[in-house]
Write a protein that binds this ligand. Sequence first.
Ligand code: SF4
Ligand code: SF4
Length: 54
Amino acid sequence: MHKISDECIACGACADSCPVGAISEGDPIYVISDECTDCGACVDTCPVSAIAEA
Ligand code: SF4
Ligand code: SF4
């Protein structure tokens, strides 16, 4: 599973990068669901490096 940390500034850049639609807007930060396949595509799209494998 990949996780989004509290560093998230809710810019939304990562959501479109996920091939399985596992990233959605939460409150107050974006969240990754159990659908995550650990492909890693979203990691480099985050401007504040808030996404990591956990
Ligand atoms: Fe989506 Fe891949 Fe990121 Fe998981 S690692 S949230 S499947 S883009
Ligand atoms: Fe949050 Fe990074 Fe996704 Fe932007 S790209 S919504 S800062 S996790």
